[in-house]
Design a protein around this ligand. Sequence first.
Ligand code: 13P
Length: 280
Amino acid sequence: MALEKVRDLLASARRANTSVIAFDACDYNTVYACVKGAEMARRPVIVMLYPTMRSLFSFSAFSGAVKDLAREASVPVGLHLDHCSEPDVILSAIRDGFTSVMADGSALPFEENAAFTKSVVDMAGVFGADVEGELGHVGQTAAGYDYDNKDAFTRPEEAAVFVERTGVTSLAVAFGSCHGVYKSAPSLDLERLREIDRTVNIPLVLHGGSGIPAGQLEKAFTMGINKFNVGTEFFLLNSRLTHEYHTGHYVEKPFADLEYIRSGLCEYVAGKLRLCALRV
Ligand code: 13P
């Protein structure tokens, strides 16, 4: 199968009242596990790269790896550039093969965020690339972000204006989640999500997916969330499997480490993807 457009994956999820799951990846093993895990679970998947990670895996090499695996895959695979606030970097990712990008202006005041996001939508449109915006701010636990602070949550009435003005494909919204390891289980403001979903008619995105209890996710997926982002959990598992292999599971056999690490990552991805009700 060729790479799928993210907008088409999100539209299918919206029709089925569920969410596609998007994983941040950082190397070939994590990219490989996203696609092979998706095949195991018979679910679509989106593979994402943080722009800062391009020092480890260049944009063209990353997009090439995802496209190669997608071509051979029996399930739909999408490719997306995660959080990026620099138009030049977004443009170079698109030139290097990314078909979907996030324009993250969520740290800016409303007007500036809308202007920045619209400029990225106009530029990406020339290449036919999809754009995810963010309104409200989903912070980082590592930076001490208070994820219960409703001041940073998305306001439904602003979301409608933002979507209308920018023309984004999808919108990341803040309603109680946070990037990184939660200090205590989050309590998502699902009523707010419902309100946002009533005011905008495009797919909504939930960031900060690591550690959100499954019961809350299942509800959010039927209340407007059509893209769900996971990173930290997956990266930590990758480190743990590497450590485990070298400390307790080492065998003197070429590539045994690859088999061990990849199989643990694939099982994790497949398990997570089963939260998505879209079986393909
Ligand atoms: P976590 O790293 O908290 O899972 O969040 C990932 C994310 O939202 C990427 O955009």
